[in-house]
Write a new protein. Structure first.
Length: 243
């Protein structure tokens, strides 16, 4: 197991002890068939995901996105007439109202993973979501099992005029007592401590972003105010909180 995969597994098992009991991996044949669609090796993190959760993600399952190997392969057999070798479908959106499916951009590998856009089948519009599938899963797991479980929460944005907002945020994270259980890039953040948790994200770009959207939760509103106050003052960021 590569370091990024073992890091992710430790994070999930700590976040929800026993969560692995609900996982079921894809078969070797399914993994090999998906790889055959790409004409290149699968990102190692995706291979890890398929072997552990490629049939059933258990409590990590998304409400309307199906990441199972069986659904991916079924879609390639029945719906995708002209596959683009650059993009590999990894998550099928079952909501017919907004059928924006989740893909890998295999021409944009990153940290044993790859860029994750969303796109309808046959639709030229591509929306960038996360730099890696690992970040997408970690962000969602923190939202479901940590942020939503704490009694007080808020959301908003951090802004750095002409700067790299993620790098400026990094200057105060240790002082605030936050751990970063998952390594992320410039467009995402997962932070945790005993009495508070925070996730940040913005669609990835070619250059560092000046705005980062956050969700923050904690035991009391006072804790949230103190955290945001330190971020505004010591990281020199403009903090906007949604009413």
């Amino acid at each position: 197991m590569q370091p990024v995969e073992s890091e992710m597994q430790r994070f999930l098992l700590r976040l929800v002890p026993g969560i692995e009991a609900g996982w079921e991996g894809a078969t070797k044949e399914e993994v090999a068939e998906i790889e055959s669609l790409t004409g290149r090796p699968l990102p190692s993190f995706y291979r890890w995901f398929l072997t552990r959760m490629g049939r059933d993600m258990g409590a990590l399952s998304f409400a309307s996105l199906d990441f199972s190997a069986a659904r991916v392969l079924s879609c390639y057999r029945e719906e995708i007439e002209h596959p683009n070798p650059r993009y590999l479908l990894i998550g099928y959106e079952t909501d017919p109202v907004v059928p924006m499916h989740t893909w890998y951009d295999l021409d944009r590998p990153n940290r044993d993973d790859a860029l994750v856009p969303s796109q309808g089948i046959g639709d030229p519009l591509v929306q960038l979501e996360f730099e890696t599938f690992r970040e997408m899963l970690a962000w969602k797991a923190m939202l479901n099992f940590r942020i939503d479980a704490l009694p007080c929460s808020c959301k908003g944005s951090f802004e750095a005029e002409g700067g790299d907002v993620r790098a400026q945020l990094e200057t105060v994270i240790d002082r605030l007592g936050f751990e970063q259980p998952i390594a992320t890039g410039a467009f995402c953040g997962v932070f945790d401590r005993s009495d508070a948790a925070m996730i940040c994200s913005v669609p990835p770009r070619d250059a560092a972003e000046e705005v980062l959207f956050f969700r923050l939760a904690g035991d009391t509103t006072g804790i949230l105010r103190r955290i945001l106050g330190i971020i505004a003052k010591d990281a020199d960021l403009k903090v906007e909180v949604e009413a």
